[in-house]
Design a protein around this ligand. Structure first.
Ligand code: NAP
Ligand code: SF4
Length: 654
């Protein structure tokens, strides 16, 4: 289980961390690596982030290590010094150069100051040993402190820690060697090494190999693979990144060192992990987010129950996006992740009968938790298949993982004996007649009517026509509304060929990723021209700000870049005046200036959604216990994360 910052590290929530990791150890994870702990205050990721600098703190970590060992697990603690990526004014770095992703300029360390940082790493590792950890992972990648010494754009030093690469690489070597000396031989030291920096002046492959060999020589037990600096403008873990997209980089290193290598990034299924090992890419695979999605991932794989695994869809919505919002992580597909001490699905004392109306993520999650707790559940769906809006998401290029979510839901419905009634638009009278103990209204949403003059023109389609009915769409298209669905529709329309997410070479070429032996950092400076977009798309919104401003913090930029790469025109601050044979007439600003016809073959409405909850009133009037959830409850900013969380929590209480 790879390291992942969950926010539980900050503020020392040791009981919650213990419950979270113990559950994963019980699920047969071979080796857990914790989220990052700073070796000193300067190395904090943010103010008061988790750190390990005193024996008192080490004693508190015992709760965690004891809980994991009680489940026969092994656990290593990650030592993370944030360097110039720190989100606080005490940050330090090799040189006084601010990163493009933080507002604070770091203080440049003196030569003696560098020495102090090394001592802090060593002391932190000793304390980790005292705290009962089986090892440490020294975070040397992703553009954090240690990594910053390796690269010239962050290291302008003229002392022994700067200059030639042989000098610049000394810091990690010193840290590993002195840590080994301090902790003894029977303690795991993992070094996380940036194998492909994905920034223009990143390391050459020869430099990376030289470092890996030196790290092995310095006494590391295992080398883990880091992919890309955080400031890199290439996606490395988002859902549109192909599965196992970077295992080939670790494979290149296999012939260079003899200690075990771990590979990581976008490995979310046992079959993918197995293939990577069978292909000789690495000795071990590391999965971080998939362990949030399903604590029993390994156990289910081992027992031949891979089809029961709740698969991480790499959305980042409840994990990384929470971290950036200073919230404790969770998981979109598993709201219990990191909340093991407060959200539990306890067997019901009396078995009761429930009807769930609507089989989108909210309805299915409610049905599954109710059934898991021992209740009898009928799930009604007006459509011919379960899934609601997930069935639209799954056809968007780069969102193929939604197929896995649907597969998981279908399998769990079977296992938990939820009775599904497809093609059934159940009415209040029928529900009354069946005398349920409770009805959960999860009937979803309807598209908002933007009320534009001429909108009944045959060229006008809704997102449902495009994504669900797959109505043919012309070559020139205007998309009205640039929210999550407007972006999805635009991405769907520019891509007629198979999705690059399913074709690694194509994806690598699209983003300009090359063999780091060819170009520094593995980024091509002469990127081949992207394949021509399938359609000419204009994406419109009435707001003046950035398009997609409400998309996920860690993924919005990827969607915007994808649309830009496909020449999508993004126009804001518009008024929709009229639709006619020529296309869409818009004006700009409050004063409706510069009337302009956007000449298109089709216009697709993606103007938001409104709740659909017709059943609520008659059911409540009949005195039936009724609960409205998901989009039927609040349509604004609805997403699967809120739907699943709300449904699961309701079902845990009923
Ligand atoms: P949304 O994100 O709220 O966007 C609605 C869009 O319609 C906005 O761009 C809005 O922009 C426009 N709009 C609102 N009222 C309008 C009106 N009367 N006339 C014309 N335009 C109007 O809603 P959505 O796109 O339907 O998505 C629904 C939910 O699913 C959202 O919460 C979304 O985040 C989520 N979702 C997320 C993703 C993802 O990638 N994370 C993907 C799909 C859906 P203006 O008001 O500026 O015109
Ligand atoms: Fe994976 Fe999304 Fe869950 Fe994060 S929130 S672990 S990316 S499914």
């Amino acid at each position: 289980m790879g390291s992942m910052h969950t926010g539980l590290e900050d503020g020392n929530k040791h009981d919650r961390i213990a419950a979270y990791f113990a559950e994963r150890a019980r699920g047969d994870v071979g080796l857990i690596i914790t989220g990052g702990y700073a070796p000193n205050r300067a190395g904090w990721v943010k103010p008061f982030a988790g750190k390990l600098t005193t024996r008192g703190e080490a004693a508190k970590h015992r709760t965690v290590t004891d809980a994991v060992h009680a489940e026969d697990g092994k656990i290593a603690m990650q030592i993370l010094h944030a360097g110039r990526y720190a989100y606080h004014p005490l940050s330090v770095a090799p040189s006084r150069i601010r990163s493009p992703i933080t507002p604070f300029t770091p203080r440049e360390l003196s030569t003696a100051g560098v020495e102090k940082q090394i001592q802090a790493f060593v002391r932190c590792a000793q304390l980790a040993r005292e705290a009962g950890y089986d090892g440490v992972e020294i975070m040397g990648s992703e553009g954090y402190f240690i990594n910053e010494f390796l690269i010239t754009h962050t290291n302008h030093r003229t002392d022994k820690w700067g200059g030639d690469y042989s000098n610049r690489m000394q810091l990690p070597i010193e840290i590993v060697a002195r840590t080994r000396q301090a902790v003894g031989d029977d303690f795991i030291i993992i070094y996380r090494l940036s194998m492909i920096d994905l920034i223009p002046d990143g390391n050459t492959w020869d430099e990376t190999v030289a470092l890996a060999k030196a790290i092995e020589g310095a006494g590391a037990t295992i080398i883990n693979t880091g992919i890309g600096w955080h400031e890199a403008r290439i996606p490395t873990i988002a859902t549109s990144v192909p599965r196992g997209a970077f295992a080939w980089v670790t494979k290149k290193m296999k012939q260079e060192v003899s200690i075990p290598l771990i590979t990581s990034n976008r490995i979310n299924l046992p079959a993918t992990a197995e293939q990577i090992l069978a292909d000789g890419c690495a000795d071990m695979v590391s999965l971080a987010r998939p362990m949030l999605a399903d604590a029993e991932f390994v156990k289910k794989a081992r027992e031949g129950r891979a089809d029961e695994i709740n698969v991480c869809i790499a959305c980042n919505q409840a994990c990384l996006d929470h971290t950036f919002a200073n919230k404790v992580s969770s998981c979109l597909v598993n709201p219990r992740a990191c909340h093991e001490t407060e959200l539990n699905y306890v067997a019901a004392e009396t078995r009761r009968r429930f009807a769930v109306v609507g089989s989108g993520p909210a309805g299915i999650s409610t049905a599954l938790v109710l059934a898991e707790r021992g209740h009898e559940v009928d799930l009604y769906e007006a459509d011919s298949e379960i899934g609601g809006q997930l069935n639209m998401a799954k056809v968007v290029p780069g969102k193929e993982e939604f197929h896995e979510m649907l597969r998981y839901f279908k399998r769990q419905i079977e296992l938990n004996n939820v009775q599904v009634h497809l093609n059934t638009r159940i009415g209040a009278d029928d529900l009354k007649a069946k005398s349920y103990d409770g009805v959960i209204v999860a009937s979803g949403v309807v598209p908002r009517d933007p009320m534009i003059e001429g909108q009944d023109h045959p060229m006008v389609l809704s997102y449902i026509d495009v994504l669900k009915t797959q109505t043919p769409v012309g070559k020139r298209v205007a998309v009205i509304g640039a929210g999550g669905i407007g972006f999805d529709v635009a991405e769907f329309l520019v891509q007629d060929a198979p999705s690059p997410t399913l074709h690694l070479d194509e994806w690598l070429s699209e983003w300009g990723v090359v063999d780091p032996a060819e170009e520094r950092g593995g980024v091509s400076l002469n990127r081949p021209p992207a394949t021509a977009p399938a359609r000419e798309v204009t994406l419109l919104q009435r707001k003046a700000g950035k398009h997609g401003a409400n998309l996920g913090k860690t993924t919005g930029w990827i969607h915007r870049t994808t649309l830009k790469m496909n020449n999508v025109r993004m126009i804001g601050d518009v008024n929709y005046e009229r639709i006619g044979d020529e296309g869409l007439l818009i004006t700009y600003g409050r004063n409706h200036e510069h009337p302009t016809w956007i000449e298109v073959d089709n216009i697709v409405m993606c103007a938001g959604q409104l709740p659909l909850r017709d059943l609520q009133e008659p059911l409540e009037a009949a005195g039936i216990s009724t609960h409205v959830i998901g989009g039927a409850d609040v349509a604004t900013e609805l997403d699967a994360k809120r739907a699943i969380d709300q449904g699961s929590r309701l079902a845990a209480r009923l």
